[in-house]
Design a protein around this ligand. Structure first.
Ligand code: ATP
Ligand code: MG
Length: 568
């Protein structure tokens, strides 16, 4: 039997390649294993919403099955009734579908196997390979030993098969109190792998299960349920994260010692960690329950629902999963790569319009009062088929407050007194003066325009360095814009002082709401979930909180791409 797992040199070299799992599967198929079939599964526990780490896992599970002509099962791993909920089951399915994957008829629940698992437990008892232990949880823990010391056998270890059968049947019948007994596999208390020191298979827990109701008061442990569920479903390659590597000998032990219909192979890969992000569902649940964020789909959350609401596309997430590859060693991926992937996707997809986030009035003094004219704007220079649209130009416009400076530094190429800039798709303008309120704040900028520069170029070849965006004061609509920053201030949010937890690293400024944004009227046509670029400001999507009267845009990501710079 295999004890502690060490990589063979063959596996080690495969782990270096971008997707060593692909190579393992290809070899298994070549060797004619499993009758040339490949079946994978994605086994989320319905105790929270899926996050980007899960996306990495199921892109792999579904992707490999598809690539090799097999299929991937969706298995809701609902063996722990205390934390599970049907809300989560529905959300999980929605998120996987949204990312473009489908399990067809292969939707399973581990709880559907409770009867079979129970029979297999009886089978092991009859083989003398499982026993009922009356020790307390503390006693069991204390007797398991350490990495350097073997465990001590329980005094109940040598109960007769008859007594074990009797006790286990009565455990199921509800004769014993919660926690008063467990069923353990009888393997090896001296094994160097602690998981093999008579692991618990069943515990007594009176909890209402979201599918089986009150039928059961004993529930199987993950280790007793997972491999057998794989076998029942004919899974050939059970791909999971590295923390299960040390459980693999136990996985294999159950498969080898039970009359299961198939022999699945467990393969582990490194879980995804992202900078400035926590990924465990327990922690994400805490953020939701303690209202640090506004629900599982808060656009700051690394959940798939949150990323979707933030404006991420399925393509960008799949592309990210592909680019990070699969490794055998844990590492942390720079969240800038994820942001790069969504920019890359939206660059060609999102039409570009103009919105002014912090409006400042611009009055063109030499533009005739009451006059209006149409200008032509290009919807997406990266996509000719996106066509053009008309903008209405007039005497009073709004520009960004920080596109004007009274006392500009040397390299400021935007608007200042006496300086000329181009208004996007419009004219060259030169600032002449400002209006101020009683406190000295600038309330409007006055300028003059050059009528010969319509469309944004000058017939005399005169160049301007800056081009700024604008909206027309008459036709602009108002909107709310939500700007997001990283949810945590530290690259590793787990890095905390003693007595603190990761919430100490929450960024107090992760959400900024701008309620007086002005947008060009065409943006009223945008539907919830659509993607647009606001020129110079980033990619945005219309939020579900929007109504006809009140448009709300989330910023998916700003335009500045730090990853492209790093990657050259
Ligand atoms: P969490 O710690 O976030 O609660 P989990 O592993 O308990 O995650 P499950 O619902 O059991 O959550 O996970 C389903 C599948 O997704 C498992 O196969 C698991 O290995 C995989 N998975 C979970 N988190 C990650 C991650 N960060 N990167 C890659 N795969 C992951
Ligand atoms: Mg889990």
């Amino acid at each position: 039997m295999e004890a502690e797992k060490t990589l063979t040199s063959d596996e080690a070299s495969m782990a270096k390649s971008s997707n060593f799992i692909k190579e393992i599967i290809a070899e298994d198929l070549k060797a004619g294993k499993n009758g040339g079939q490949i079946v994978t599964r994605f086994p989320p526990e319905p105790n929270g919403y899926l996050h980007i780490g899960h996306a990495k896992a199921f892109c792999l599970d579904f992707g490999l099955a598809k690539e090799f002509g097999g299929h991937c099962n969706l298995r809701l791993d609902d063996t722990n009734p205390t934390k599970e909920d049907t809300e989560y089951v529905d959300a999980i399915k929605e998120d996987i579908h949204w990312l473009g994957f489908d399990w067809g008829d292969h939707e399973y629940f581990a709880s559907d196997y409770f009867e079979q698992l129970y029979e297999w437990a009886i089978y092991l008892i009859k083989q003398g390979k499982a026993y009922v232990d009356d020790s307390t949880a503390e006693e069991i823990k204390a007797s398991r030993g350490t990495l350097t010391e073997p465990g001590k056998p329980s005094k109940y270890r040598d109960r007769s098969v008859e007594e074990n059968l009797d006790l286990f049947t009565r455990m199921r019948a509800g004769e014993f109190a919660d926690g008063s007994k467990v069923l353990r596999a009888k393997i090896d208390m001296a094994s160097p792998n602690i998981n093999l020191r008579d692991p618990t298979m069943y515990r007594i827990r009176r909890f209402h299960h979201h599918r089986t109701g009150d039928k059961w008061c004993i529930y199987p442990m993950y280790d007793f349920a997972h491999g057998q569920s794989d076998a029942i479903e004919g899974v050939t390659h059970s791909i999971c994260t590295l923390e299960f590597e040390i459980h693999r000998p136990l996985y294999d032990w159950f498969i080898a010692n039970l009359p299961v219909p198939a022999k699945p192979r467990q393969i582990e890969f490194a879980r995804l960690n992202l900078t400035y992000t926590v990924m465990s569902k327990r922690k994400l649940l805490k953020l939701v329950q303690e209202k640090y964020v506004n629900g599982w789909d808060d656009p700051r959350m690394p959940t798939i629902a949150g990323l979707r609401r933030r404006g991420y596309t399925p393509e960008s997430i799949r592309n990210f999963a592909e680019r990070i590859g699969v490794a055998k060693r844990d590492s942390t991926v720079d969240v800038a790569l994820l942001e790069h992937c969504v920019r890359d996707d939206l660059n060609t997809k999102a039409p570009r319009l103009m919105a002014v986030l912090h409006p400042l009035k611009l009055i063109i003094d030499n533009y005739p009062e009451g006059q209006e004219e149409k200008l032509t704007a290009i919807n997406n220079p990266e996509d000719e088929s996106a066509g053009t649209r008309e903008l209405t130009f007039g005497r009073e416009l709004f520009i960004e407050r920080d596109d004007f400076m009274e006392d500009p530094p040397k390299k400021y190429f935007r608007l200042s007194i006496g300086k000329e800039v181009r208004l996007r798709y419009g004219y060259y303008v030169t600032a002449t003066s400002v209006d101020k309120d009683a406190e000295g704040n600038i309330t409007a900028v006055h300028c003059t325009y050059d009528p010969a520069t319509k469309g944004g170029s000058s017939p005399d070849g005169r160049k301007v360095k800056g081009t700024i965006h604008w909206v027309n004061a008459k036709t602009a609509l108002s909107a709310e814009v939500r700007l997001y920053d990283r949810l945590f201030t530290k690259e590793n949010p787990e890095e905390v002082a003693e007595g603190e937890d990761f919430t100490a690293n929450l960024n107090p400024n992760s959400l900024e709401i701008l309620s007086d944004v002005l947008i060009e009227p065409d943006l009223a046509k945008v539907q919830v979930g659509d993607h647009v670029q606001f020129e110079r400001q980033g990619y945005f999507t219309l939020d579900k909180d929007s109504s006809k009267e009140h448009l709300v845009f989330n910023r998916t990501v700003a335009l500045k791409d730090s990853w492209a710079k790093i990657a050259g």
